[in-house]
Design a protein around this ligand. Sequence first.
Ligand SMILES: [Zn+2]
Length: 264
Amino acid sequence: MTSNAPSTKDIILDEVAQTLGDQALETVKPGEVKEASSETRVDEVPACITQRAIPVNLRNGPADIIVGLNNECPRWVPGSVIKWAAWRQGFKTEADADHAAAQLNIAASQWNNANIGVTFEWVPLATDATFVLCNGGAMGGVLASAFFPNANDLNYLYVYTTAFRPQFRSNMWQVFVHELGHVLGLRHEFAIEGLPERGIGPEGRGAVVLGVRDEKSVMNYRNDLPEIQPSDIQSTTEFYALREDDQGNPPMVGMTPVGDYTPR
Ligand SMILES: [Zn+2]
């Protein structure tokens, strides 16, 4: 990358390193930690938001995220490899950082094993990643938040303090399979109709249905933590199998065109 102008990502990471020091960008590297998943169930409803937050390790430095949807169904270019890194700083303990990274890796492996048409890859450095896992600090009862496919060259997947509480900690990967669903372009199962029994209204913002509805969808809020259902795999595979027509028009989901983004 000597002949090209630096990317936004390079600029942000350079500024952070200069303002806060290189240690602010230290990562948990793939292969450093290994943890098994567990099967505990919980009674609380996991919640996630797409609200603006700043990674704890960048709180005193420059940081910017954009999360949004326009009149399209954003997805990654079929066949893409979506690379992610995990920041070590900002977590309460090193063990928390290791744990969160290992749990995200479990979730990413589950999506990878589902063969939906794009894959996730854990990389050592944020500069090579499309998104980084980071601690978002305290956010009420919110467990995690993510982003939808977009053209930004750096995105954040946040895990919040609540997700480290005992009832969620060992099942954090289940929170992450839901968040990675957002990263793949999936909206909440209830985005169109809302969840009146939980006081949640429709999210709207151009949500469209692809495939069959499933109350157990990984993208729904339930009393059990999310798990990828066969219907999720089927619909997501279908989504990523859509192709432009002979005239080069983008594929449509209902009346909404699909927007393809290349992971940067
Ligand atoms: Zn969500």
